[in-house]
Design a binder for this molecule. Sequence first.
Ligand code: GLY
Ligand code: MN
Ligand code: MN
Length: 444
Amino acid sequence: MLLTQVPSYYQTRREKLMQSHPGAVFLIPSAPELIRNSDVHHPFRQDSHFYYLSGFDEPGSFLVLSTAQSSPSRISKMTLFVQPRDPEREMWEGERYGIDGALRVFGADEAFNESALETKLLEILKGAEKIFYRLGHSEAMDRRVLAILETSRRSQGRSGRGIMPLEDPQLPIGEMRLFKDNQELQLIRKACHITAIGHRTAMQEIRPGMNEGEAEALIDYQFRKNGCQRLGYGSIVAGGKNAACLHYRSNNETLRNGELLLIDAGGEYGFYTSDITRTFPIGKGFSEAQRKAYELVLSVQKAGIAMTRPGAKLPEIHKITCEQLTDGLLSLGLLKGNRQELLKGAAYRRFYPHNTSHWLGLDVHDAGLYTQAGEPRKLEPGMTFTIEPGFYVQPSDQDTPEAYRNIGIRIEDDILVTASGCEVLTQEAPKEVTEIEALRAKAF
Ligand code: GLY
Ligand code: MN
Ligand code: MN
C-alpha cells in the first residue's frame, strides 16, 4: 500500500547533512535492479543512504540534494528523479508514486521523470561547489553521471572551472548513520524483538532429523509473521562441523542429535536489521565438552558487553575477548604454552579467526568509519554494534581432542551505547545454558 505522507525526520536528516556541507551537491542513485535471468529480477532493496535521506524505496530513481536558494528557513533542496506513472507498467510491477507522489508524499522540492536527469542535473550543478557521488556501485550509472559532469564542465565555457573532484558521500552520510536517532532506534528495537522471537522459536521447535533448510524456513517464518519485510542478510543455519565454516550458506544438511546448531539470522524491520547468533544443542542438552566450550564463549561475550560504555573502543573489546578466550582455551587444555607467547602469536586465531564487532543499522555491516584521525574511534551514545565472539574447530584440525570436534559456537548480541554504559537490544534471545536446555526440552 502506498504511503500518504512520510514522517518529517527524513527532512531533518537532509537539513543536518546540508548544514555541514553548504554549496555541495549530493548525487545518490537508487540501488540498481539486478537481473537474475531473462526478465526475472533479484528482489529489490533500496540503497541505504537513499532510503535514510528520503524514505523513498522505488527502483529507477535518483536523489539529488543541493542548497536551497529560495527558502531562508531551509538549507536543503531535494530533487527526486522517479519513474513516472505508467498504467501499463504498473499493471505488471505495482503502483508507483510518480512525480506527484514524490512531491506530495516525500516532500521533494522538485521532481522529474528519471529520463530528465541529464538536462535537469546540469541546472543543479551550475552552482555546485563540491560534488558527492560514490563511484563503483554501478558501471552504467558511473558512465552516465561522469558524462553529465563532463557536459557540465564544457558548459562552463572559459570560466576556468575544471571537472570537479568527486567526494565520497559514504563519509558524511556514514558519520550521520553511525549515531542512531530515536526513530531509528525504535525500528532497530523492533527488528531485535522480532529476531529474538525467531531464535527462541527455533530453540523450542527444532528437532534432530530436520534439514538445516527447514530450520531456516521456521525462523524466517517468524520474522515475516511478525512484520519483517525481509532478512537483513542471508541466514547461516549450520549443524555440527558446518558451523566452523564462517560464511556457511548452503543450509541443506540433516541436523544430527548430539551436535550443536549455530543460527546467525536477523530480520529487517522498516529497513533496519538485527543480527543475532545463537548456538544450541540439536538434542536435549549440551555434552560436557560442548557446554564447557559454550560457557567459555558466553563468559567472553559478557566480558565484552561489560566493557561497553562511552569512551571504550571496539579494538579494546576485541582484545579482552581474545585474552579471555586464550585463558579459557588454556584451562580447557585446547591451547598449551605460555600465555603471553600465545597472545603475541594470536594462537586463539586457530579457534577464533574473526573480529568481535561491527556497526549495525540499515545495513548489517553498517556505514561509519571505525577510525578517527587514524585512531580507533571512541564509542559514543547512540552507536549500535554487535559483540559476537566464537569458538570453531575446523574439520581438518586433528590436534583438538575428539570431544571438541564438529563444534562451531558463536554468541552474538546487538548493543546500543548509552550515556551510562550500554543496553543489550537482543536480550530477549535466550543464551544461558539453563534457559536453552529448558527450551530444548519443549521440542521433545
Ligand atoms: N551475520 C553477519 C555477521 O554476523 O557479521
Ligand atoms: Mn554480526
Ligand atoms: Mn551475525
